[in-house]
Design a protein around this ligand. Structure first.
Ligand code: ZN
Length: 454
């Protein structure tokens, strides 16, 4: 029976992941992500999918990041009524992330309407917070390493991916063919998460390539953090750390707990000002089997910060004096409470702003990395005199050398490999490396392309 794959997102870009498998009249969508970043990508969220959404039989999610899950409320709004299969931890994280995404979309639409800065009158959100909450009832939480049957003789299994909590690879079988989706692949050595599970077979492989053309620095995260914290503390300064609420914030808390335990940083107030990150941190204790921390380390990680909950507490924090440390979202300063902290503390040269990962073009985070002397926040220019640093080696993605080593240990011989989830240059370099090292038939699919899996 004919089987095909259509790349509806995540092709030539790191966002919008959506891969449609069609087999024997059945349609299964692997991931259902939002396009983010450049405007030319974001407008794709508004074009209807080139299939009748109500004909999709099921959605299978690799993990909760919104570039993999954030289109789900829209899919339901447009008529999808099937089940959404995800690991239990991914389901829990989606309960946090999807309503927040809807809330931010409503806020943005309201802002544009108020300022009259829209061609569309009125500007509308892609979906609302209420619609996102409604979409959660379609989820079907599933365990790892259990084969799940879908219509049309298709089945799949979730295996560990080590990227964030609950992140999985999807190993699909139909008609004797095995189609493996890596999802986002984590590091081979990570203090919190285990390495990705080995593939035991793949006739067809759909693999990510975020770092297809880059290697992570070898700097120790702990050493860099220690130096920045101790230097800023000695000046009586405030350290503001913009961080992604899911994954990055918990990794930072782990390093802070380790440094504190080893007496490498002073005992001083450290705050986590992100209700979303606090909820995500709570999952550390709920899913102990998914991470390496023992009970004591897990408690130390969760207790290393004081949690800031209400907007009043958040404002109170801005009136405090250093030394202190604040972790807050969003990670690229595109919105959220961290903007108020940068406004309050960015102008003082005793303070430090520590960026914690990739900063996309056009974001305030990227502007800070370029060394700007002022930043536009909430319509006004804020002077930046604080030191700006970037913590390079705290990525949740394997680099190309790690991926090649992992694939070598997997001992597979796929008939075809589709290189996805990377900027065009990164995906193409990954493709070339796969051909050079393994002699595989690898390609970078175009957006919208359909390939027969014969
Ligand atoms: Zn991800």
């Amino acid at each position: 029976m004919a089987t095909s794959i259509t790349f509806l997102g995540g092709a030539g870009t790191v966002t919008g992941s959506k891969y449609l498998i069609q087999h024997d009249g059945k349609k299964i969508l692997i991931d259902c992500g939002l396009f983010q970043g450049l405007k030319t990508l974001r407008v794709r969220n508004w074009s209807p999918l080139p299939i009748n959404v109500s004909e999709i039989d099921a959605v299978v999610l690799t993990h909760a990041h919104v570039d993999h899950s954030g289109y789900i409320p829209r899919l339901i709004k447009d008529g999808f009524r099937g089940r959404i299969y995800a690991t239990a931890a991914t389901h829990d994280l989606c309960k946090i992330l999807l309503p927040d995404t809807g809330y931010l979309m409503e806020e943005e639409a309201a802002y544009l309407n108020k300022r009259n800065r829209t061609k569309h009158k009125p500007a509308l959100p892609l979906f609302s917070q209420a619609e996102a909450e409604l979409s959660l009832q379609y989820f079907e939480p599933m365990p790892f390493n259990d084969r799940i049957n879908l219509p049309g003789g298709i089945s799949f299994e979730f295996t560990y991916a080590g990227h964030i909590f609950g992140a999985a690879q999807v190993i699909m079988k139909c008609d004797g063919k095995q189609i493996a989706f890596t999802g986002d692949i984590g590091r081979m050595q990570d203090p919190l998460l285990y390495p990705p599970a080995k593939l035991t077979g793949a006739d067809f492989l759909v693999m990510e390539s975020t770092y297809g053309n880059r290697l992570h620095e070898n700097d120790s995260v702990a050493d860099t953090l220690e130096k920045i914290i101790c230097d800023t503390h000695a000046r009586g300064g405030v350290i503001v750390i913009p961080a992604f609420a899911v994954g990055r914030a918990q990794a930072l808390m782990y390093y802070l707990a380790e440094l504190k335990k080893a007496g490498r940083i002073p005992d001083f107030p450290m705050y986590l000002n992100s209700p979303m990150a606090e909820n995500a941190s709570g999952l550390l204790t709920k899913y102990r089997e998914l991470h390496r921390l023992d009970v004591a380390d897990c408690d130390a990680t969760c207790n290393v910060v004081r949690y800031v909950r209400s907007p009043d507490e958040s404002r109170w924090l801005n009136e405090q004096k250093g030394p202190m440390l604040i972790i807050s979202a969003s990670g690229m300063l595109t919105g959220g409470r961290v903007l108020h902290h940068v406004k309050a503390f960015g102008g003082d040269q005793r303070n430090a702003i520590l960026l914690t990962g990739f900063q996309a073009a056009g974001t305030r985070g990227e502007a800070l990395q370029r060394g700007v002397s002022e930043l536009k926040i909430h319509g006004e220019y804020v002077p930046i005199r604080a030191e700006v640093h970037t913590l390079e080696n705290i990525s949740a993605h394997a680099d190309y050398a790690e991926i090649l080593q992992w694939l070598e240990e997997c001992n597979i011989g796929p008939r075809r490999v589709f290189v996805t989830h990377g900027e065009a240059v990164a995906s193409d370099e990954m493709r070339r490396r796969l051909i050079d090292k393994f002699g595989w038939h690898a390609m970078v699919p175009d957006h919208g392309q359909t390939v027969d899996l014969a």
